[in-house]
Write a protein that binds this ligand. Structure first.
Ligand SMILES: CC(C)(COP(=O)(O)OP(=O)(O)OC[C@H]1O[C@@H](n2cnc3c(N)ncnc32)[C@H](O)[C@@H]1OP(=O)(O)O)[C@@H](O)C(=O)NCCC(=O)NCCS
Length: 189
């Protein structure tokens, strides 16, 4: 970790199929760093083996309806975002809805505007494709991420039980209109 990470020290690039292993590893690392303490080791291992396998990332990166971006500083990947079709269990979700599926910045690099940059890039991509809405699932206790999303015009429209192994988390479902001109175009800080 550098002593004083600056916002403009990171490069953002669209991820390619060849990044599947990198994103699987970074995904497992950032999920564990953020949420690992919440779960029995067995539940965490089951979840990571399924949701963060290289095969799962290959499936996302091969899907024309999905996209991912990697944030890099020097030769280190320090964050990423993944978007695609919406899989959240809500009656208003349609096959054309988009979802911000994952957004993570390594702890050492958080709080410098990098997450907002990833979010803006993700939302711009979804905004062009997703009608009628963009969706996000977020842990009910993840107040920091919720603040970030609320600032971008998202609002809570439901909740569901998110499975991590045998554990069930209370997850909020957020939605925002995808159309430009609405709250969608509010600038990120
Ligand atoms: C959410 C996250 C990607 C934001 O990246 P970032 O570079 O810290 O974000 P920025 O510097 O652009 O913006 C800061 C905002 O992010 C949010 N945030 C900051 N730290 C956070 C944290 N540890 N967890 C969640 N959100 C956080 C807050 O809304 C913060 O604004 P505030 O200081 O006014 O409250 C990053 O904090 C992270 O990876 N958190 C852990 C993983 C996570 O919660 N992902 C979202 C899952 S739905």
């Amino acid at each position: 970790m550098p002593a004083t990470p600056q916002m403009n020290d990171a490069r953002l690039r669209r991820a390619a199929l060849g990044d599947a292993a990198l994103l699987a590893e970074l995904g497992a690392r950032t999920f564990t760093e953020t949420f690992g303490h919440l779960y029995p080791p067995r539940d965490l291992a089951t979840f990571l083996a399924d949701s963060y396998s290289e095969a799962r990332l290959i499936a996302y990166l091969s899907d024309p309806g999905a996209a991912a971006w990697v944030l890099e500083a020097g030769d280190e990947a320090i964050g990423y975002a993944l978007v695609g079709g919406c899989d959240l269990p809500h009656p208003d979700v349609t096959p054309t809805c988009g979802e911000l599926k994952r957004i993570y910045v390594l702890k050492a690099w958080q709080g410098g505007g990098r997450g907002s940059r990833l979010l803006q890039t993700s939302l711009a991509w979804l905004q062009e494709r997703a009608a009628p809405g963009i969706w996000i699932g977020v842990w009910s206790e993840n107040h920091g991420a919720q603040r970030l999303y609320l600032r971008q015009g998202f609002e809570k429209v439901g909740e569901y039980a998110f499975k991590v192994g045998e554990t069930r988390d209370r997850e909020f479902i957020l939605r925002r209109d995808a159309r430009p001109g609405g709250p969608a175009s509010a600038p990120a800080r």
